[in-house]
Design a protein around this ligand. Structure first.
Ligand SMILES: Nc1ncnc2c1ncn2[C@@H]1O[C@H](COP(=O)(O)OP(=O)(O)OP(=O)(O)O)[C@@H](O)[C@H]1O
Ligand SMILES: [Mg+2]
Length: 496
């Protein structure tokens, strides 16, 4: 067998009373792409942060290149050739993309920025992940932040590359470009470890799999030895409840729901100078009881459309009619969806304090809000000891559950959902799809903006593609991965 580059053995790590890791093992070998699987809250990010020197374990050993190490800082891990692309991006918001890339690199270079620009351009060409190098990071959408986070790790040219959920907001062609590069890196004798919740995606690229459950390694295997249902069983520790729990609910919709009355209307709306790509003469009716799906390569105006429908940007021209009971699941839970330093109840209150049921004259009905937060906690199986824990201490998928649960509960007329299942494990993603279907059945209109074409095709009654700020409806006959894909690519990349 090939050389072991890193070995983690019996790793334990607690956060107060929460046991995040409880005997996790992981062996990373030269020449292998390693898929790390596990449900939300299983401990994947914690384990990767241990490898990357962000967290110190309470027990267990880490060996790199045959010697036992004890990293005090991420820099020490990097000195040993380990680089991480974080699930919760580690970026400096007020600096440019280029500055962030340079920051991650070695000190003491003669002219790091010029050097980094040339290297970054070359790398972006090679894998087809493009980020505008001179933009400020806080002006980027979540897709660009993700691309930057990946590029930053790749530019370090690591021996061990660690990618924590890098694909959740990438377009299908970007994912294949990234995976091709991961294969090349492995072929050069490096080790790659990758977290993703879509099992078919992981199986496409991985040479080896490790499944974590409740902080413990429960399975280490090679693809082919286990079928997807077995892997899911290892992840959840029980039989998948039904086919849906293993993520096979992504068949394209074959029947269309009957439209109710119009609940939101855009009439020849243009948006210029907003945070997203400009919109040009967009007209759209969203009907009660139907899902409008919007696909498209990022940077073609989907973001502006979502913000417009959520009432977060205004039209430059044209008219916009929106209802009262509007829920918005934003693309980036950490910057737009939650306040990390607030507890779960406060995070729920943030969006609900304007709802009449939670008001009592000038006061808030705090006990009602608390009860509501508890309901979300239970229904969405948010892994948190109580609703008094800080949102920032939850795992990524558990944060997403809080945002989704809250917004579904206030969307009594209209729900705008951007990548609603980003970061959710297969069971939670299927649950959220069901919840969206239930909501639609009660007469709510839904606009689903997603980079996940399967999700768009599975949930939507009408499918649109955005290209260069225009909205095009996809004909019934073209409603397939290929048909929508072709229409999307008819548009241009924003920063080609
Ligand atoms: N800084 C922290 N403070 C308190 N608890 C934490 C902290 N970081 C992680 N945890 C807890 O440790 C457990 C494992 O979290 P982790 O982020 O490793 O899960 P994950 O497998 O990456 O999940 P996801 O798929 O949702 O990203 C969770 O219960 C989480 O709430
Ligand atoms: Mg994680």
């Amino acid at each position: 067998m090939s050389e072991v580059l890193a070995r983690l053995d019996g790793i334990e790590r607690r956060f107060g009373s929460v046991v995040a890791l409880d005997g996790a093992d992981l062996i990373l070998r030269a020449g292998e792409v390693h898929g790390l699987l596990g449900a939300n809250g299983a401990g994947k990010t914690t384990l990767l942060n241990v490898i990357g020197g962000m967290l110190r374990p309470d027990a267990g050993t880490i060996e790199v290149g045959g010697s036992v190490v004890s990293f005090q800082t991420p820099r020490e891990a990097w000195t040993c050739g380990i680089a991480l692309a974080h699930q919760h991006f580690a970026l400096v918001p007020a600096q440019s993309v280029l500055e962030n890339l340079a920051l991650g690199l070695a000190r003491g270079w003669a002219d790091p920025v010029r050097d980094v620009r040339a290297k970054a351009l070359k790398l972006m060409d090679r894998i087809g992940l493009r980020v505008p190098l001179d933009s400020r990071v806080d002006h980027l959408g979540v897709g660009d932040k993700q691309r930057l986070e990946i590029l930053k790790a790749l530019l370090k040219n690591p021996r061990v590359l660690v990618l924590d959920e890098p694909t959740a907001v990438l377009a299908p062609n970007e994912i294949s470009g990234l995976f091709a590069l991961l294969r090349e890196l492995a072929a050069e004798g490096r080790a790659v470890v990758l977290v993703a919740h879509k099992l078919d995606e992981v199986l496409m690229v991985a040479d080896r799999l490790t499944v974590l459950r409740a902080g413990r390694t429960v399975l280490s295997t090679v693809p082919g030895d286990y079928e997807i249902p077995d892997l899911v069983r290892a992840m959840v520790g029980a039989d998948p409840v039904d086919a849906i729990a293993i993520g096979v609910d992504v068949e394209p919709r074959s029947t269309k729901r009957e439209p109710g009355e119009s609940v939101a209307h855009l009439d020849r709306v243009s948006v210029t100078g907003g945070p997203g790509v400009d919109l040009e003469e967009v007209s759209l009716h969203v009907y009660r009881g139907q899902v409008v799906g919007v696909a498209g390569v990022e940077g073609n105006g989907q973001r502006s459309l979502a913000l417009l429908l959520a009432g977060r940007v205004s039209a430059t021209r044209g008219s916009v009619t929106l209802p009262e009971g509007l829920g918005f699941i934003p693309q980036d839970r950490s910057t737009e969806g939650l306040i990390a330093a607030f507890d779960l109840t406060d995070n729920v209150a943030l969006a609900l304090h304007r709802v009449a049921a939670y008001q009592d004259g000038p006061w808030l009905r705090w006990s009602e809000l608390t009860r509501h937060a508890e309901t979300i906690h239970e229904r969405f199986e948010v892994q948190a000891t109580s609703t008094s824990v800080l949102a920032g201490s939850l795992s990524g998928g558990n944060q997403q559950r809080v945002v989704v649960g809250r917004e579904l509960s206030i969307a009594t007329d209209l729900l705008i959902a951007e990548n609603p299942t980003r970061g959710l494990d297969v069971a939670a993603a299927a649950f959220v799809h069901d919840e969206i279907r239930r909501l639609v059945a009660t007469g709510v209109g839904v606009v689903l903006v997603s980079t996940d074409l399967d999700e768009v095709l599975a949930l939507s009654d009408r499918v649109f593609a955005m290209t260069r700020g225009r909205l095009l409806e996809v004909d019934e006959g073209q409603r397939s991965r290929e048909g929508v894909g072709a229409l999307m690519l008819g548009g241009a990349f924003a920063h080609a």
